[in-house]
Design a protein around this ligand. Structure first.
Ligand SMILES: Cc1cc2nc3c(=O)[nH]c(=O)nc-3n(C[C@H](O)[C@H](O)[C@H](O)COP(=O)(O)OP(=O)(O)OC[C@H]3O[C@@H](n4cnc5c(N)ncnc54)[C@H](O)[C@@H]3O)c2cc1C
Ligand code: SF4
Length: 314
């Protein structure tokens, strides 16, 4: 690991514009530093900033960038109004990691392309213009949509797929002001020479807003295919929901994960579904895994890793 300076931001103003890498839960950044892929000269720790709230916002929700994946997955409003978001979160990583991983860090996590994670392999995403080792190499888990000759990597987040399906917006504070970017467009696609950064220097994600879900998000689902049923990134995933009125689909949302450098909104498929008759009987929400772990004792703090069953939210 390279030598680096560590600073802790006590206010958002101190973090915005700071010269260094933002450190949230550290579950991705510190791993990349240990293997020599990330070599920041300074870390700016934002874990003490007041960005841990989940607030009601215009009929939807405003999720602070430091809300942990675990806290978000068990928030009663997420479970009731956006169950696909909770399903996406609980399908990712492990309980220990979800306790540490933040919303902003999940959005900003790096690709899992194995050549990107090997500092000895040429990689345009790591070193612009060095080439892409994946093209002509092992391409399991690589992109089938939106790729270029410079990079064929995918974005690995499950959470972002569900957020993109329901029109979430990433709220950003930077040295020149604030800006809002739809989640479905936040992660840049590769161009002819490389991959532009999602954030400009000094920018910090402060929140992610989810608009009023209407009737649809309550019945939406997240489905993930992976090599084993726990602790693995998606080979492909989907967040999907429809709103049916008088037996016909009046609104549809479909976002795909594991297929591109960003969560991929399938707008043409959504449009094709509108007006179609409902040809199926609605599926009930799946039961939680039968859980044999005794209830958490009242003395144990809720953030403790008490359960390991990935779908259990007790
Ligand atoms: C073994 C393992 C398995 C995993 N499996 C899955 C999985 O199945 N599905 C899945 O979705 N994820 C998975 N993950 C990824 C995990 O969800 C991410 O590592 C985590 O969400 C990152 O959050 P963090 O707070 O730890 O970010 P950090 O590691 O602190 O930061 C990650 C990146 O985001 C930047 N950053 C963080 N916060 C901000 C902010 N507010 N503004 C601007 N930049 C910011 C950092 O500078 C850094 O570049 C897995 C991780 C591991 C280690
Ligand atoms: S696919 Fe992208 S991340 Fe992977 S080696 Fe090629 S340029 Fe690097």
């Amino acid at each position: 690991m390279n030598l680096f300076e560590y600073t802790r931001a006590d206010t958002l103003e101190a973090a915005v514009g700071a010269d260094g890498a933002i450190l949230a839960g550290g579950t991705n950044l510190l791993d990349l530093m240990k293997i020599g892929v990330a070599t920041p000269s300074r870390l700016v720790d934002i874990t003490r900033l007041p960005l841990r709230g989940i607030k009601d916002h215009d009929g939807g929700l405003r999720i602070g960038a430091m809300v942990s994946n675990a806290d978000l997955a068990r928030d009663p409003r997420i479970l009731a109004r956006f169950p696909a978001v909770a399903e996406a979160l609980l399908s990712g990583a492990s309980p220990q990691l979800r306790n540490a991983a933040s919303t902003g860090g999940n959005v900003m996590q790096a690709t899992r392309c194995s050549y990107f994670q090997d500092p000895l392999s040429p990689c345009n995403r790591r070193v612009a213009g060095s080439g892409c080792s994946a093209i002509g190499g092992v391409t399991r888990n690589h992109a089938v949509l939106g790729w270029s000759d410079a990079c064929i990597a995918t974005h690995p987040s499950d959470l972002c797929v569900a957020l993109a399906a329901f029109d979430a917006v990433v709220e950003i504070a930077g040295p020149t002001g604030t800006r809002s970017v739809p989640m479905a467009e936040f992660h840049p696609l590769p161009d002819a020479v490389g991959v532009p950064p999602a954030l400009a220097a000094g920018e910090v994600i402060t929140d992610v807003t989810l608009p009023d879900p209407g009737g649809m998000a309550r019945h939406a689902r997240y489905v993930k295919l992976r090599e084993r049923t726990s602790y693995a990134f998606a080979i492909v995933s989907a967040a999907a929901g429809v709103h049916v009125a008088d037996g016909r689909i009046v609104a549809a949302r479909l976002a795909l994960g594991g297929v591109a450098a960003r969560p991929w909104r399938a707008h043409a498929a959504e449009a094709a579904l509108i007006g179609q008759p409902r040809p199926w009987t609605p599926l009930p929400m799946p039961p939680r895994w039968p859980c044999r772990v005794p209830r958490r004792p009242a003395t144990m703090p809720p953030r403790s890793c008490w359960h390991s069953a990935s779908r259990c939210v007790r």
